[in-house]
Design a protein around this ligand. Structure first.
Ligand SMILES: [Ca+2]
Ligand SMILES: [Ca+2]
Length: 240
C-alpha cells in the first residue's frame, strides 16, 4: 500500500515522473552499439553515438527494426541527419508487422523523407513499388540534424518535422500493430539518434494499482477522445 500511494503521489504531483514512466523504448547509441536492433540488407554501424544506416545499392533496402510486435498506438521521436547524395531518402517505419531480407520485403508503413518531399507509404512485399498513401512537397535540408515526431493512433498518423506538422493521413487500416524501424534506400546514408517511443495517446494508466486510473494528456492540450485505446506497455524495453 505504501508503494501504491507513493507512485500515485508521484504521478499526480509530477508530469515529468509520468513522462519518464511512459517511455517504452529509447536508445541514444552513446554506448557505441545498436544491440537489440534487427538489421536487414544494408551497412550498419554506430558512429560517435549515432546510428549510421547505409543503403549499398539502388535496390537495397537497408532497414533496422526494434520493439514489440504488439505495439499499436505510439509516438516515435528521433533525430536524423540525411547525408547528401544523388537521391537522398530515408524512412521511419511503423507498425512493422513483418520484415524480411529483400526489396520491399515485409508488411509495414513508412514515413518517407526525401530532400524535397515527405510521404506515407504502404509496404506489402511490394517488389519495388511501394504504395503511396499521401505525399506533399516539403524541403528537407541534407547534412543537417532534424527532429521527427510521428504520432500513430488508430487509423491516423501525423508527422512533424522540426516541430512543424507536415503530413497526416487517416487510412492506416491495414496493420493494427507492429514494431518501429529505420530505413535508407537507393544508396542513401542517414544517421539517427535519440530514439524515444511513448504510448499514444500519451496516457498513463494505473489501473493495475488497485483500480485507480490516472489519465494524463501530454501533448498540445488536446482533449481526451472518448473510447480511445490505451496501449501502455507495462514492460519498458531499453537497449543501451
Ligand atoms: Ca547519441
Ligand atoms: Ca546500445
Amino acid at each position: 500500500m505504501v508503494i501504491r500511494v507513493f507512485i500515485i503521489w508521484m504521478c499526480l504531483g509530477s508530469a515529468v515522473a509520468c513522462a519518464n514512466a511512459a517511455v517504452i523504448f529509447q536508445d541514444d547509441f552513446n554506448d557505441g552499439d545498436a544491440a537489440g536492433w534487427s538489421e536487414y540488407d544494408g551497412t550498419f554501424s554506430v558512429v560517435s553515438g549515432t546510428y549510421r544506416i547505409q543503403s549499398t545499392a539502388f535496390a537495397n533496402d537497408a532497414r533496422s527494426v526494434v520493439g514489440d510486435a504488439a505495439w499499436a498506438d505510439y509516438t516515435i521521436d528521433l533525430d536524423f541527419n540525411l547525408a547528401s547524395s544523388a537521391t537522398p531518402q530515408t524512412c521511419v517505419l511503423f507498425r512493422v508487422e513483418q520484415i524480411a531480407s529483400g526489396v520491399d520485403a515485409g508488411r509495414y508503413y513508412q514515413f518517407l523523407i526525401k530532400d524535397y518531399k515527405v510521404a506515407f507509404s504502404l509496404i506489402n512485399y511490394s517488389g519495388g513499388n511501394a504504395t503511396n498513401l499521401k505525399s506533399v512537397l516539403y524541403p528537407v535540408a541534407t547534412d543537417t540534424w532534424h527532429h521527427v515526431e510521428l504520432a500513430v493512433e488508430g487509423a491516423t498518423a501525423t508527422a512533424y518535422l522540426d516541430g512543424v506538422p507536415v503530413l497526416d493521413y487517416d487510412g492506416f487500416t491495414h496493420y493494427p500493430t507492429g514494431r518501429i524501424g529505420l530505413k535508407t534506400i537507393n544508396r542513401s546514408t542517414a544517421f539517427f539518434d535519440n530514439i524515444v517511443v511513448t504510448p499514444e495517446p500519451a496516457t498513463v494508466s494505473l489501473l493495475a494499482l488497485g483500480g485507480l486510473a490516472v489519465l494524463w494528456r501530454r501533448r498540445r492540450g488536446r482533449p481526451l477522445t472518448p473510447g480511445h485505446r490505451r496501449t501502455v506497455t507495462p514492460n519498458q524495453i531499453s537497449y543501451q
